[in-house]
Design a protein around this ligand. Structure first.
Ligand code: LMR
Length: 331
């Protein structure tokens, strides 16, 4: 992270350079860590396709899926340094740059993706896209993936069932606290390492969306999936602030229109992709579904409640209240 701080300073000072050669297309390198079949994977491909159609000869988007160019941690640094131009990291991973993003990881905050969407489109949600602008990271849009489920080699019905299990988590202190609240042993790990860690028994369990569980093939190395819907994995499509502001205005305007269109498309189909991948995971017959009764679910909510209190002061009541309010439609 030392270089992120350095790069953010460089970006703020505008030293990354914004001169674009007139005779060469501007290259936007967009690495990510998931499969091309996931909502984010499809969004990145669609962005590439629309840029090809509408900005041919002017801009080229190079997409690198499946951690093929780099992992998320590295991409955060590379964006700040100007080595790559676009990322769409899970919101959990901005935790190190601003405490406000910790909001998104609070367990059982959003009832469904509609609530997530409502919050993200609210003034509070839109404001967060600009939260890191001064540090060199400009948010252009949110993309949905879905709600998280637990997988393990033990059937997790109640919080006590998670006790002692080693859970892989994303880089987030809220997620650390979430699993400590149920006496589990959370370990931060890059997505690209998780399958093998589950296979070798280095970790016992993990949490992710159905689309990531399916495309990362966790059903091959986990016996049970608890349908908990206890949190969300969504993304912020992010560019280097100086890079973006230095783009020729007509190109930036067209890119903004493309990002807007792709975001609407991704967000409209994310829930369907996730539901389809849930069915595909279960159809493998390799993993057993654990459905929670209302009482069991209430016990998870209660066990994880202290996490809210711990992080509320740093997130701020205003933001938290806006997110809670998003669970109800505005009349
Ligand atoms: C994870 O690390 O589990 C997710 O952030 C991966 C992703 O990008 O969906």
């Amino acid at each position: 992270m030392r270089s992120v701080v350095f790069a953010a300073v460089v970006a703020m000072l505008g030293l990354t350079g914004s001169a674009f050669a007139a005779d060469k297309p501007i290259v936007i390198k967009f690495p990510h860590v998931v499969s091309e079949a996931t909502p984010k994977g499809q969004g990145a491909k669609r962005l590439q396709e629309l840029v090809q159609q509408r900005l041919a000869g002017k801009v080229v988007v190079e997409v690198y899926p499946n951690s093929s160019l780099m992992g998320d941690d590295e991409s955060m640094e590379a964006l700040a340094l100007g080595d790559i131009q676009m990322i769409a990291l899970s919101l959990s991973k901005f935790d190190r740059l601003t405490k406000k993003f910790q909001l998104f990881d609070l367990p059982f905050l959003f009832g469904d993706l509609t609530a997530v969407e409502r919050f993200q489109q609210s003034p509070a949600g839109q404001g967060l896209l600009h939260e890191l602008e001064g540090k060199g990271y400009l948010g252009l849009a949110y993309w949905h993936n879905g709600l998280k489920q637990f997988t393990a080699n033990r059937a997790l019905h109640l919080p006590k069932d998670a006790s002692g299990l080693k859970f892989r988590i994303q880089e987030s202190d809220v997620l650390l606290a979430q699993f400590r609240a149920v006496d589990a042993n959370p370990q931060k790990m890059a997505l690209g390492e998780v399958y093998q860690a589950l296979q070798t028994g280095a970790i016992d369990a993990q949490e992710n969306t159905w689309s990531n569980i399916y495309t990362q093939k966790y059903y091959e190395v986990q016996k049970f999936a608890t349908e908990s819907n206890h949190g969300v994995i969504d993304y912020m499509v992010t560019v280097n602030t100086s890079f973006w502001q230095g783009l020729p205005a007509d190109i930036r305007t067209e890119l903004e229109a493309i990002v807007k269109q792709v975001s609407q498309e991704v967000n409209a189909k994310a829930a369907a992709i996730d539901a389809g991948d849930r069915d595909r995971v279960l159809a493998t017959g390799k993993i057993q579904l654990v459905a929670l009764s209302a009482d069991e679910r209430a016990q998870w909510v209660k066990a994880m409640e202290p996490v809210w209190n711990k992080f509320r002061p740093q997130i701020g009541d205003e933001l938290l209240n806006a997110a809670v309010a998003a669970n109800k439609p505005i009349n």
